[in-house]
Design a binder for this molecule. Structure first.
Ligand code: F6R
Length: 234
C-alpha cells in the first residue's frame, strides 16, 4: 500500500487525476467510481481536463435504497452533476435504488460487474473504516448486497440532508470481494475525522472490524491522504 500525503483536497484531486490519466493511457476501460465529498475535487479536475470518456464504462460503488436519479440526494444525481453531464461515457452503471426486487437488483449488478471487470477503482473511506457501504463486520466474500447503514454512517451523511431522519437507512453496495478484484485502487481520505480510520487501514491489523484494512492484503493500492487524515500515521 503506497501512501501519498498531500496538503489538501485540491492537491489530492490533481494527483488522483494524474493516476487516472496514466491508467487510461495504459488501457483502463472500466472505472469504479465513488460519491461523497472526498472525490469532488478529483471529479472537478477530470471535468476540466481533455480526457475523453466516450469509450469508457463506469460502475459505481453504491446507491441509497428508495431514491431515484431525480432525487438530488441520490448517487445517480451526484454522478450526473459532478461528472457524467460534463464528460459523457459509453455507459454508466449504478445500482437501482428504486428496484422493486432488491435481491434481484443485487444479482443483476453483479452480472454487470462480471461483464465489465473494473480496471481502476476510486474509493473514499468512512470514519468507521467502511469502503463502499461495506460496514464493519461485513464478510470479505460478499458481492453486491443490501446494507443496513450504521448509526455512525447515517450521522456522517446527515450533513447532506435537511434532516437526519431523511437519510435512507439502507443502500445497495458493491461488496468487498468485488472491490478487491479491481486491478488498481486509489483511496482518498481528507480531514482529521478520517485519521483513526486511515491509521487502522494502513498500520492496524487486518480485521473486518475496519473493512478498509483488507486493502493491506493486495497490490496496487494507492492512498492519497491530506495531512489531517494522515496525522496519526507513524
Ligand atoms: C460513496 C461511498 C462511501 C464514501 C465514504 C466517505 O460512494 O462508497 O464509502 O466514500 O462514506 O464519504 P465522504 O467522502 O462523504 O466522507
Amino acid at each position: 500500500m503506497k501512501v501519498i500525503t498531500v496538503k489538501n483536497q485540491l492537491e489530492g484531486g490533481k494527483i488522483g487525476y494524474q493516476l487516472l490519466k496514466e491508467a487510461m493511457e495504459n488501457g483502463a476501460k472500466v472505472l469504479g467510481l465513488a460519491t461523497g465529498s472526498t472525490p469532488v475535487e478529483f471529479y472537478n479536475q477530470v471535468v476540466n481536463s481533455n480526457l475523453d470518456f466516450s469509450e469508457m464504462t463506469s460502475v459505481n460503488l453504491d446507491e441509497y435504497v428508495g431514491l431515484d436519479g431525480s432525487n438530488d440526494q441520490s448517487y445517480r444525481y451526484f454522478m450526473n452533476k459532478h461528472l457524467f453531464d460534463e464528460k459523457p461515457f459509453k455507459e454508466n452503471f449504478l445500482p437501482n435504488g428504486k428496484a422493486a426486487d432488491l435481491d434481484a437488483e443485487t444479482k443483476h449488478y453483479d452480472e454487470i460487474i462480471v461483464a465489465h471487470p473494473i480496471d481502476w477503482q476510486i474509493l473514499g473511506i468512512g470514519q468507521n473504516g467502511h469502503i463502499g457501504f461495506n460496514e464493519p463486520g461485513t464478510s470479505t466474500d460478499i458481492t453486491t448486497h443490501v446494507v443496513d447503514l450504521t448509526e455512525s454512517t447515517i450521522k456522517a451523511n446527515a450533513r447532506f440532508f435537511e434532516n437526519e431522519n431523511d437519510v435512507p437507512r439502507q443502500a445497495i453496495s458493491m461488496g468487498l470481494a468485488t472491490i478487491m478484484k479491481s486491478k488498481q485502487i486509489v483511496l482518498m481520505a481528507y480531514g482529521k475525522e478520517k485519521a483513526e480510520a486511515v491509521k487502522g487501514m494502513v498500520e492496524g491489523k487486518v480485521t473486518i472490524d475496519l473493512p478498509a484494512s483488507i486493502l493491506q492484503t493486495r497490490e496496487n493500492v494507492t492512498v492519497i491522504a491530506d495531512e489531517d487524515a494522515a496525522s496519526l500515521l507513524s
